[in-house]
Design a binder for this molecule. Structure first.
Ligand code: SAM
Length: 249
């Protein structure tokens, strides 16, 4: 075999191996479970590596269990199911993304949710983050501004058996006053400031996690805590990159 043919054979073999890893392996049920375990391992490595920023060296057993249980491949477009367990954001249509698993886990961890807590999420997207929250909290209320995304996510969560998640299409800037107050609030799109209606709907002792900043400047994930006397403390956690919080505010 001449050198050119040999190189072509090697290239073809590498392409076949890549396609097999991307499509054939994950298509088997067991493939997704193994990939999810690997994703959780990578999330734990990232958590330890960023402990000096976040203050969280490890994830709580509840967050690890939720990340290990929720089937991320059911929340991404079918054509991207094969890459659902990469520790990366994934497009979900309408110019939006499902957040990186490490960020989903870190934001959930920072909320310190307890069993029975009432939680509000702004930015339902695919519904994945809401499902992770629902594994730990008592009830989850989630708002999405893009109608088809919100409707799809609502149907998906229902079909997956999440009875403790309420979905709504609307502008999350104004929160969900009828279901307030909340023990914890998570905003999954970057805002220029903390929306006052959300602060009002947070219980004393409650926590809010929100990315602050604009699309073209550095954004920071912030932890806002409302003390029992109503005063607020804020802590900057990590530089992040989120799609913007849109709407009419
Ligand atoms: N949490 C989502 C998930 O698990 O798939 C990913 C969220 S994605 C990073 C941000 C979402 O926030 C987008 O779906 C976007 O349409 C939504 N969004 C942006 N501004 C909003 C607003 N004012 N109210 C509600 N949702 C908003």
């Amino acid at each position: 075999m001449n050198r050119l043919n040999e190189q072509n054979m090697k290239r073809r073999f590498a392409l076949c191996a890549f396609l097999f890893l991307c499509f054939a392996l994950p298509a088997q049920g067991g493939g997704f479970d193994a990939q999810r375990r690997q994703m959780v391992k990578e999330v734990l490595v990232d958590t330890a590596a960023t402990a000096s920023y976040s203050g969280s060296r490890a994830l709580s057993p509840e967050v690890v269990a939720a990340m290990g249980k929720v089937e991320r491949h059911r929340f991404v477009p079918a054509t991207l199911a094969a890459v659902a367990y990469l520790n990366r954001p994934i497009p979900i249509g309408h110019g939006q993304t499902i957040s990186q698993p490490f960020i989903v886990a870190l934001m959930t961890e920072l909320m310190k949710i307890k069993k029975g807590d009432r939680v509000l999420e702004i930015g339902t997207g695919s519904g994945y983050q809401a499902a992770v929250l629902a594994e730990i909290a008592g009830s989850v209320y989630t708002i999405e501004i893009i109608e088809p995304l919100g409707q799809e996510a609502g149907e998906r969560l229902k079909s997956l058996g999440y009875r403790n998640v309420e979905t709504r299409v609307g502008d999350g800037y104004y929160g969900w006053p009828q279901a307030a107050p909340f023990d914890a609030i998570m905003v999954t799109a970057a805002a220029s400031h903390v929306p006052p209606p959300l602060l009002k709907q947070l219980k004393p002792g409650g926590r809010m996690v929100i990315p602050l900043g604009t699309q073209f400047m550095t954004q920071y994930l912030m932890l806002v805590e409302k003390q029992q006397d109503g005063t607020l403390t804020t802590r900057q956690i990590l530089p992040v990159r989120f799609v913007p919080l849109t709407g009419g505010h």
